[in-house]
Design a protein around this ligand. Structure first.
Ligand code: UD1
Length: 418
């Protein structure tokens, strides 16, 4: 297992190219299974989760050809096969093939994702939504087994909470159902909007993506399509925090301000400057950091996927800040590791009290999920001396060339082969 060796204390300066959004790319790759016509996706990030998803659709008979960050998918000969536990275990988002397979082939079987490091993360809303579209669906032998031999039928689906994945499952399945589907309390994330844009290019008729109510007309006549995946707002937010925590200045090329309003607002309150440049966003900090209380929320609120990184920043802000996590029930796995780096953090239920401003010191740390790992990298960038971040494979799931991008802006970071 590779490790990262980081020596803290360098002020970051330069430009970072923000890659395509992993969380937008994954459902788009799954959506390719809906159509017998080819789908050409561009701007996919070079991360292992994308590799895994491409592996999953290949297992279902899709043929892919690749060129750099583009992939051409021909799913004309695809079929619905069992998606094994081994595949789902690696990446929960694999469950996103369930809707497309069921809608196109009338049957699907996907092993149930287990618990994971950031909470139980059930898939009950995905299952319920497909049931409302007329599928006979249930859990048998540890798998989600679904059948709709006569096809799916449009319906009114009211989601209990605005789940990103369940909204995507419902939207994809509804494109191939008969009649109209209304998804109420839909997630409004930019990745949901980008999936709707991709499905629209493929021939689907979807209105209201980006609002709480999405309307999908079924019976899509599929056509060959191309789609350019949006830039990764979470990667952009992470590098914005890297600039802020080191008191540096970074130009985040490709980053889109309109996807990052709540993040920019919080960063500005913390004493960080963010302004639009010709090629994206520019982020810098000259003065001291100010503590800010933050509550994670579904989009357009502050993203749970930046909570760990923001906590690392708050460890450097003199004073107290409260970080409340409302999206996942157990997303503080980074706290004990930040404490190893010298942070003063007290956990109480879903809230972390950070008393920032005492210097961080280099240490050996280990992380348990993607965003937790990157928060340790951020803290290590300002910690005195050397830190070793173990289990870099978590970072490789969602950050393209993190060590190289940071090196190019002046960080002392190297990857040590395991
Ligand atoms: C997606 C993102 C993930 C992000 C999350 C919230 C992808 C591939 N991943 O995950 O990075 O952290 O959105 O922004 O896009 N829930 C249920 N039942 C369900 C589905 C979800 O109870 O059927 C719960 C989850 O346990 C969680 C909450 O709803 O507490 C939000 O989950 P959801 O929005 O579905 O997240 P994902 O789509 O899994």
């Amino acid at each position: 297992m590779d490790k990262l060796r980081i020596v803290g204390g360098q002020r970051l300066q330069g430009a970072v190219a923000i890659s395509g959004a992993k969380n937008a790319a994954l459902p788009q790759i799954a959506a390719s299974l809906l159509s017998p016509e080819p789908l050409h996706l561009t701007n996919l990030p070079a991360v292992s989760d994308v590799e895994n998803m491409l592996g999953v659709i290949t297992q279902h008979g899709a043929e892919i050809s690749r060129q750099g960050r583009s992939v051409h998918v021909d799913a004309s000969k695809a079929s619905s096969r069992e998606t094994s536990y081994d595949t789902v275990r690696k990446m929960r988002a694999t469950v996103l093939v369930l809707g497309p397979l069921l809608a196109r082939f009338g049957k699907a079987e996907v092993s149930l994702p287990g618990g994971c490091a950031i909470g139980a993360r059930p898939v009950d809303m995905h299952i319920k939504a497909l049931g409302q579209l007329g599928a006979d669906i249930g859990i048998r032998g540890g798998s989600i087994v679904a059948a709709a031999p006569k096809g799916l039928t449009g319906a009114r689906i009211v989601l209990g909470s605005p789940s990103v994945g369940a909204t995507e499952t419902a939207m994809m399945a509804a494109t191939a159902a008969q009649g109209e589907t209304e998804i109420v309390n839909a997630a409004r994330e930019p990745e949901v909007m980008d999936l709707a844009a991709c499905l629209g290019a493929m021939g689907a008729n979807i209105e209201g993506a980006g609002t709480h109510r999405i309307l999908v007309q079924g019976g899509t006549s599929w056509r060959a399509a191309s789609h350019h995946t949006i830039p990764d707002r979470i990667e952009a937010g992470t590098y914005a925090i890297a600039a802020a925590i080191t008191g540096g200045q970074l130009e985040l090329t490709n980053a889109r301000l309109e996807h990052m309003a709540s993040v920019v607002q919080v960063l500005e309150a913390a004493g960080v400057s963010v302004w639009p440049g010709d090629r994206g966003l520019i982020v810098s900090r000259d003065g001291p950091l100010t503590p800010v209380d933050v509550t994670t929320e579904p989009y357009p609120g502050f993203p749970t996927d930046l909570q760990a990184q923001f906590m690392a920043l708050m460890c450097c802000a003199p004073g107290a800040s409260l970080l409340r996590e409302t999206v996942f029930e157990n997303r503080f796995m980074h706290v004990p590791e930040l404490v190893r780096l010298g942070a003063n953090i007290t956990l109480q239920g879903t809230t972390a009290l950070v008393r920032g401003g005492t210097p961080l010191r280099g240490a050996q740390v280990m992380a348990t999920d993607l965003r937790a790992s990157v928060s340790l990298v951020l803290a290590a960038l300002v910690a005195e001396g050397e830190s070793i971040v173990n289990r870099v494979y978590h970072l490789d799931r969602g950050y393209e060339s993190l060590d190289r991008k940071l090196q190019m802006c002046g960080a002392t970071i190297e990857r040590l082969p395991g």
